[in-house]
Design a protein around this ligand. Structure first.
Ligand SMILES: Cc1ncc(COP(=O)(O)O)c(C=O)c1O
Length: 470
């Protein structure tokens, strides 16, 4: 049998064919040369945009000019340097609202260190109670799963919406059943990712209104979605949205935000107060009054030197157009998907087991997979990462802080997990789990694309994968 791998055309031929089907590619090619030249200068094949986006040269230049020319003080005051900071911080809130088409009447922007910080603010303040309910899809990031510890501690009910295998989309019948399974008046929170950081599956944003119609508050984890997709908060109105800005445009790190509907924010009861969050506190009086809106949720001094760089990053995305970025990663992702799904060993066995849909309709350009040899034996993803790293390729392996997707995709049995977790050890690790699910994968290889991705990146990965054929 002829190896399917030989179907991969040589680079020039494949590249010119790709470009002829996607005329807009030229714009992104120019962008890559101008703003991301360091990738090619250093011979990097960067394939971890879901881990972290990359910044354009101009974002740094503009931010450093701002810092070099301005004098910025702590914003909690009215002196000139303080006012200069306050102005930029407030401008950035406005820019974020504009970017997501959110009305300032409806939504508040609360700066956090990252998406996890946004999730934790809601986790610790949501009024879970014994009549309450926390519902979440199986494919959430650990930072969303972690909310369950607050829900459990306050006696709320906890349920997961399972995934349909192999597509790893949410099981809609179960979603409907669970959404309808607790009283309308209960305090109940439903959380799901707009795009899974493991499988790349895009879940319908219509679930937001569906859940709200049943009396749920909805936390939309948009961290892996917004770097390559538009989120229009005038159309979809989740109660809470969490994002990390470094995932959207690489710089700055250390800043995310919680976008919260003002009505829903009133529901949250903060477990403490801090500098910057109160209108008054007293030692003698033993009381404090929390400030309204975002102020009551931003502990201490916000990252006022870095926040202006968020505005610059948003400008960068706007200048490209998020719909164009979406199209760009869809084109590159579609090409890669087709190549990967074709790869078969000489005996006909597929090389790759891809987790999630085999076409771009319900997914973004994040692809998780495992490699199998000709006798259908799993190849260790850690070894694949090592070989890729030796070639200057940055990809990600493991479970990507998203254990539920792995458990669904790899076919773990409840009994395997129970046996594993019953071990009398002070601390279990992924290696312990690996032993319990002998023969099954405990992790995967993930490649993900972003606005600076080039055809040469996806081609390099397709060629790399081909080397594992026998
Ligand atoms: C879907 C999703 N949610 C939440 C997070 C947490 O983001 P951070 O680590 O920036 O808090 C991530 C990070 O990868 C993610 O992909």
């Amino acid at each position: 049998m002829v190896k399917q791998a030989t179907l991969l055309a040589d680079f020039d031929e494949a590249y010119s064919c790709f470009k002829s089907n996607y005329p807009d590619f030229e714009r992104f090619e120019t962008l890559r040369h101008k703003e991301y030249a360091r990738l090619d200068a250093g011979g990097h094949i960067y394939l971890d945009y879901t881990g972290g986006g990359l910044y354009a040269q101009k974002q740094l230049d503009q931010h450093f000019t701002l810092l070099k020319e301005g004098v910025f003080g702590n914003p909690h005051s009215i002196n000139p340097s303080s006012s200069a900071s306050t102005k930029l911080v407030e401008q950035c809130r406005e820019d974020i609202l504009n970017y997501f088409k959110a009305s300032p009447k409806d939504y508040a922007v609360i700066f956090t260190p990252n998406a996890s910080g946004a999730l934790k603010l809601v986790a610790e303040s949501y009024p879970f109670c014994p009549d309450g309910h926390y519902l979440l899809s199986f494919d959430n990031h650990n930072s969303v799963l972690g909310i369950r510890e607050y829900a459990r501690a306050k006696g709320a009910r906890l349920d997961y919406v399972p995934l349909d295998v192999p597509d790893l989309t949410m099981n809609e019948a179960e979603l409907d059943r669970l959404l309808g399974s607790s009283p309308a008046s209960a305090e109940k929170l439903f959380a799901y990712p707009a795009q899974s950081n493991f499988s790349g599956v895009k879940h319908s944003l219509d679930y937001i209104a569906k859940a709200q119609a049943e009396g749920w508050d909805v936390f939309l984890d948009a961290a892996a979605f917004v770097p390559t997709n538009p989120l229009d908060l005038s159309q979809y109105k989740p109660d809470f949205v969490g994002v990390s800005f470094y995932k959207m445009f690489g710089y700055p790190t250390g800043i995310g935000c919680l976008l919260a509907r003002r009505d829903s924010l009133k529901k949250l009861k903060r477990p403490w107060f801090a500098g910057g969050t109160i209108t008054l506190s007293s030692v003698m009086g033993q009381r404090h009054w929390l400030a309204e809106g975002s102020e009551g949720f931003e502990d201490g001094t916000v990252n006022y030197l870095m926040i202006p760089a968020v505005s610059l990053g948003l400008n960068h995305l706007k200048s490209l157009g998020i719909e164009k970025i979406q199209e760009h990663v869809n084109q590159l992702g579609g090409w890669l998907l087709e190549q990967l799904c074709r790869l078969r060993h000489a005996n006909g066995q597929p090389l790759i087991r891809l987790y999630g849909p085999c076409n771009m309709k319900k997914r973004g350009a994040t692809f998780s997979m495992n490699f199998y040899d000709a006798s259908d034996t799993l190849m260790d993803h850690r070894q694949i990462e090592q070989i890729a790293s030796d070639r200057g390729m940055s990809l990600r392996t493991g479970c990507f802080c998203n254990p539920g997707t792995g458990e669904s995709a790899f076919g773990f049995e409840q009994s395997e997990i129970d046996t594993c977790f019953a071990q009398p050890k002070p601390r279990l690790t992924i290696d312990d789990l690996r032993v319990c699910v002998d023969g099954k994968s405990s992790g995967a290889v993930r490649v993900s694309l972003g606005l600076a991705s080039h055809f040469k990146d996806v081609y390099a990965f397709a060629a790399f994968a081909r080397e594992f054929l026998s």
